[in-house]
Structures are given as structure tokens and as C-alpha cells.
Ligand binder design. Structure first.
Ligand code: CUA
Length: 319
């Protein structure tokens, strides 16, 4: 994204320099050209010029429309991650960044990624608003308590890149920094297979799901008191009382913390809240477990569900 952002930025700078020079130059030129030459001189009365007014309306309109369309296209590209991404969960807290890979690796203030692959960060905060900023990638997004925000990038050159918190978040805000380590795919695989060992995020979620007795109501058959979770993720769910919702990370999270907010049609609002009982990291494990239960290959234009297992560390956006 860096090239596109830079091109737009330098165009803006060039535009500002051009008009600054033009205006400053004309001020000097007119001051000399139209100076008063004799004390009794009276200026000519000028009553408007349609051509001039049309020109100074239409030309700026054209320039700002170019900026708008150009800026919007860059913004859309930054906002829409590709379908195939490596997903990493991020939890910001005063004052550190915690990264959680799907295979179970955890990192603090360091994020290892492969070059040449799109990486999507699914981010939340344990306390106040933070903002994850990687200047070299020209990418930046707020990290908010109580919801998930996304950011994606694709590193192109191996190396270590600064990572900052870009939202004032308290005393040690300036120390809330780290590094993104972009590695060759082979090195990344080697890094992934070393360490970890605690099991994947989804498997920890499955254990937690049983520990919290979620499985007594959310049973795999349709006999439970709660909706069947298998094949749920990514689907559009009809709600009690009308409306619908797409089952994404935010909806699963909300349903755990505030189950009464959006009840699936045909069910009673009997689920207790798990607010305060599960940490942000446990929430991520549960979300990833629900994701791992898969989505039905329902009427997607993409055709049949991918048959081959994705390479390690890969997670299609809708599993
Ligand atoms: Cu976190 Cu500033």
C-alpha cells in the first residue's frame, strides 16, 4: 500500500506547493504592477467577470473531485482485506501489544509475518483506546475496548519494521512500541513450528467451551436449548423479532458477553452473560473455536468449499 499512499501524498504536497507559489507570486506581481503611481490616482471600478468566476469554481471542483475519487479508492483498498489472509489476533493493553497466532504462538510487542502474504489483524483492547500504526506499511487503525477492528497489510521486503501506538493512552503511551518482523516464507514456517506447543487457538477454545459448560446448551444436534454452532460462522442469521445479522467475530463476541442483544429466531433469551468471566484472550479462543466449526458452503458464488486443507498458519477469512 505504501506506493499508493505515497503517490497520493506527494500529489497533495505538489498541489499545495504549486498554489502557494502561484498565490505568493501573484501577490508580489500585482503589488508592483498595480501600485499607486501618483497620490491622486483612483482605481478603476470593476463589476465582476463571469468567465473568471466560472473558472475559479470549476477548476477547484475538478481538482477536489480528483482527490476525492483517488483518496476513496486508496481507502477502499486499505479497508477491504483479500479473502485469503493470515489472521492474527491483537490485544492492546496499557502498555503493550499482545499478538496471538492461530496456531497458538503468542508474542508481546513483536509480530512475525511472512512476506508476500496478506495478513489481517483482528484487534481489540483490554482497557482504553489504542491505535496500531506501522509507518513503513502506511497502515494504522484504532484498537477499541469492547469491539473488534481490522487492519491488513502485505509485507514485501523482509526486515524489521517499527510498530507504534498512535493514540495517547496514558503515562507510558510512548513506550507502547514494538516491531513487525517480516520474514521469508521458509523462515516464517520455521519460526511457526518452533515455540508454541500450547495447541492452536481453536483447540484451546474447544477446551474452554467445555470448561464453561457451553456445550450443555449448544449441542451438535438440534436438541440443545441454544443454537447449533456448527456451520454457523459467516452465515446470515435471522433474529427473534425480525432483522438479521451476519455471524462474524463481533457477533460471536457480543453473544458471549451480552447474549440478550441479538437472539436467534426460535430461541429463548436464557443464556447468562459471560462478562467478567472470560478474558479478552479467552474470548478470542472461543471465537476461533466457533469459526473452526466451519461455515456451511451455502450459496457462495465461490463454488464448493475448498477441499484441500490450507497451509499451516493460513485461515481463509470465512472458514
Ligand atoms: Cu496505547 Cu498509546
Amino acid at each position: 500500500m505504501a506506493g499508493r499512499v505515497d503517490a497520493l501524498y506527494f500529489f497533495l504536497v505538489g498541489l499545495a506547493v504549486f498554489f502557494s507559489a502561484l498565490i505568493a507570486g501573484l501577490i508580489v506581481y500585482y503589488a508592483v504592477r498595480y501600485r499607486r503611481r501618483d497620490p491622486d490616482e483612483v482605481g478603476a471600478a470593476i463589476h465582476g467577470s463571469l468567465a473568471l468566476e466560472v473558472a475559479w469554481t470549476v477548476i477547484p471542483l475538478g481538482i477536489t473531485m480528483v482527490l476525492f475519487v483517488w483518496g476513496a479508492s486508496v481507502f477502499f483498498a486499505m479497508s477491504r482485506p483479500p479473502d485469503e489472509t493470515i489472521n492474527v489476533y491483537v490485544v492492546g493493553k496499557q502498555w503493550m501489544w499482545k499478538f496471538q497466532h492461530l496456531d497458538g504462538q503468542r508474542e508481546i510487542n513483536e509480530l512475525h509475518v511472512p512476506v508476500g502474504r496478506a495478513v489481517k489483524l483482528i484487534m481489540t483492547s483490554e482497557d482504553v483506546i489504542h491505535d496500531l500504526f506501522v509507518p513503513a506499511f502506511r497502515t494504522k487503525a484504532d484498537v477499541l475496548p469492547g469491539r473488534y477492528t481490522n487492519l491488513w497489510f502485505q509485507a514485501t521486503t523482509p526486515g524489521r519494521y517499527h510498530l507504534f501506538c498512535a493514540e495517547y493512552c496514558g503515562t507510558r503511551h510512548s513506550g507502547m512500541i514494538g516491531e513487525v518482523i517480516a520474514m521469508d516464507p521458509a523462515d516464517y514456517q520455521a519460526w511457526l513450528s518452533g515455540g508454541g506447543g500450547e495447541g492452536s487457538l481453536a483447540s484451546k477454545g474447544e477446551k474452554l467451551f467445555a470448561d464453561l459448560a457451553c456445550n450443555t446448551c449448544h449441542r451438535p444436534d438440534a436438541q440443545g436449548r441454544g443454537p447449533v454452532l456448527k456451520g454457523l460462522f459467516g452465515r446470515t442469521q435471522t433474529l427473534e423479532g425480525g432483522g438479521s445479522v451476519v455471524v462474524d467475530e463481533s457477533y460471536v463476541r457480543e453473544s458471549i458477553l451480552n447474549p440478550g442483544a441479538k437472539i436467534t429466531a426460535g430461541f429463548q433469551p436464557i443464556m447468562p452473560s459471560f462478562q467478567g468471566l472470560v478474558s479478552e484472550e479467552q474470548l478470542l479462543e472461543l471465537v476461533e473455536y466457533v469459526k473452526s466449526l466451519g461455515a456451511e458452503p451455502q450459496a457462495t458464488p465461490a463454488g464448493p468449499a475448498p477441499a484441500a486443507p490450507a497451509p499451516a498458519g493460513t485461515a481463509p477469512a470465512r472458514q
